[in-house]
Design a protein around this ligand. Structure first.
Ligand code: ADP
Ligand code: MG
Length: 532
């Protein structure tokens, strides 16, 4: 595959190299293939994908980022597209499919220009278009009160459409909004949301409608002994990171005890140490104990006698959450425990919920925390619910933080497309063509959403375009109800950031692919053509 006359060999023999247009077209094709592979999942009527890994584990999902993450992709340009999805997912939790589909379309449109226009002109045009888009987004954004639950629910609903738990979407919408609002902190007028304060417990079995949000933390544990209190009000809480038992000497002790009195003495000594440990917990004022490690039987008895509600072998993650929410410090040596190490809450109690015992920690004093108990028929259902809910939580938190949104259902893309076309006319030169291509590429979003719903995408885009021309700036489609409407009034709305980031990352990926005109790869390293 050398293109010059006499090759000068500067690379190892087993290196594969592609250059110029050939390299570019190869990259574009790989990137387009990625976009094509998830296109059918876009929008509320998008299909799900079933992914089977080499161990035979199955994931059923509609989430672009999840699909791409699990595909074993080797082509470098294709990998760049996957990175677009990952960034989008990390920053926004939504808009991943849109970002990838748009990047694919930008590349497809640039293919038609390659040969006529230099790629650097195309990328410059795309960048100019993006700058304009940001201006337009600013003009089009809709401000709402972050306490407007109805708007927040619409945002959650738009993010959840198309996910497979359709029937129980309303529960998830409510949960997403209530959870985020419960953990929202306002400090000096600045809103702060840490989604780590939302814990999810997944359980297969039962029905999705049993899914519920609990104000407070819930851990999947029982108290250590039944003779301990089952409920404690207004407790101080100790969190212990070491086991509550007699320390092992390290040597396998087969002490040569002959006299039974000696055995008694030995045991008594052991008990005294444990009792001292329990005494220090009680004396410092703790009435609840969460222990990361094991609590031995003797200790349990003493704890029960002292009226302490104790839980052993608490997960490390739960320990962290508990400390943060309760304002507690973990203690590793009980002789050092101080009252400042203790946390506080309103109540701790144990409850049996559909087949399992749980410990509920409510009214946490330092940080508000919530727990979502996810239920569904099978683990696949629960997993997809978790993924969808995580996206919805992220989207709602963005909306609460920024309280600006944009119209969905294709309205935004159609409006941007129109405005960009007008702008292109004012630019002239070759960049004009690139900006026009960008404007046309944006239409892939409404077109695909409509096509995926079994409608005629082209017709719909035409109709939307003419209504936008007539001044209906937010006019979009609702493919669930089969209507064209004002997307904001109809409640098909997305946080500003989701839309902005999706367009930005799509352009970034497309431009990155377009700038490459040389692929140098060590043999076997990538999936590019491997002829000599
Ligand atoms: N009822 C609806 N009718 C039409 N479009 C909708 C509706 N609900 C959501 N959308 C649009 O679907 C797109 C999102 O689809 P989705 O499959 O979630 O992909 P992404 O991964 O990009 O979020 C957005 O453009 C959104 O505005
Ligand atoms: Mg989405």
């Amino acid at each position: 595959m050398y293109s010059g006359n006499q090759p000068i060999i500067i690379l190892q023999k087993n290196t594969v190299r592609e250059r110029g247009e050939e390299a570019l077209i190869d990259n574009i094709n790989a990137a387009k293939a990625i976009a094509d592979s998830i296109r059918s999942t876009l929008g509320p009527k998008g299909m799900d994908k079933m992914m089977v890994d080499d161990k035979g584990d199955v994931i059923i999902t509609n989430d672009g980022a999840t699909i791409l993450k699990d595909l074993d992709i080797v082509h470098p340009a294709a990998k760049m597209m996957v990175e677009v999805a990952e960034t989008q997912d990390e920053v926004c939790g939504d808009g991943t499919t849109s970002a990838v589909v748009l990047a694919g379309e930008l590349l497809k449109r640039s293919e038609d220009m390659i040969g006529r226009i230099h790629t650097s002109t195309i990328t410059r045009g795309y960048r100019m278009a993006t700058d304009k888009v940001i201006e337009y987004l600013d003009e089009m954004k809709y401000q709402f009160s972050e306490k407007d639950k109805k708007m927040l629910k619409n945002i959650a609903k738009t993010a959840l459409t198309g996910k497979s738990m359709e029937a129980n979407k309303e529960i998830l919408e409510d949960i997403a909004v209530e959870s985020v609002l419960s953990i929202t902190d306002e400090e000096k007028g600045k809103i702060h949301i840490d989604l780590d304060n939302i814990k999810m417990i997944k359980k297969a079995g039962g029905s999705m409608s049993d899914t519920a949000m609990v104000d407070g933390l819930v851990i999947e544990k029982e108290r250590a002994l039944e003779s301990m209190p089952s409920k404690v009000d207004k407790p101080k809480v100790a969190v212990l990171s070491s086991p509550l038992k007699q320390k092992k000497t390290g040597v396998k002790a087969s002490i040569g005890i002959k006299d039974p009195k000696q055995i008694e003495k030995f045991l008594a000594q052991e008990e005294t140490t444990i009792r001292k440990m329990v005494d220090s917990i009680r004396d410092v004022g703790a009435r609840v104990l969460f222990c990361e490690k094991e609590i031995d039987e003797v200790a349990m008895e003493y704890l029960a006698k002292a009226g302490i509600f104790a839980v052993e072998k608490v997960d490390e993650d739960d320990i962290k959450l508990l400390c943060r929410a309760l304002g507690a410090q973990t203690v590793s040596n009980l002789s050092d425990i101080r009252s400042a190490d203790l946390g506080e809450c309103d109540t701790v109690y144990q409850k049996y919920v559909s087949g399992s015992y749980y410990v509920f920690i409510k009214g946490t004093k330092t940080k508000k925390a919530v727990t979502i108990l996810l239920r569904g028929g099978t683990i696949h259902v629960v997993d997809e619910m978790e993924r969808s809910l995580k996206d919805a939580l992220k989207v709602v938190s963005l909306a609460v933080e920024e309280n600006t949104l944009l119209p969905g259902g294709g309205a935004l893309e159609v409006e941007l497309s129109l405005r960009l076309r007008d702008y292109a006319g004012t630019v002239g030169g070759r960049e004009q063509l690139a900006i026009e291509s960008f404007a046309n590429a944006l239409q892939i979003i409404p077109k695909t959403i409509a096509n995926n719903a079994g409608l005629n995408g082209l017709d719909l885009v035409m109709e939307l375009t003419s209504r936008h021309k007539a001044g209906e700036t937010n006019c979009g489609m609702d493919v669930e109800r089969g209507e064209i409407q004002d997307s904001i009034e109809g409640g098909i709305v997305e946080p500003y950031k989701v839309k902005e980031q999706a367009i930005k990352s799509a352009v970034e990926a497309a431009n990155m692919v377009l700038r490459i005109d040389d692929i140098i790869a060590s043999r076997g390293g990538v999936g590019i053509a491997d002829e000599e």
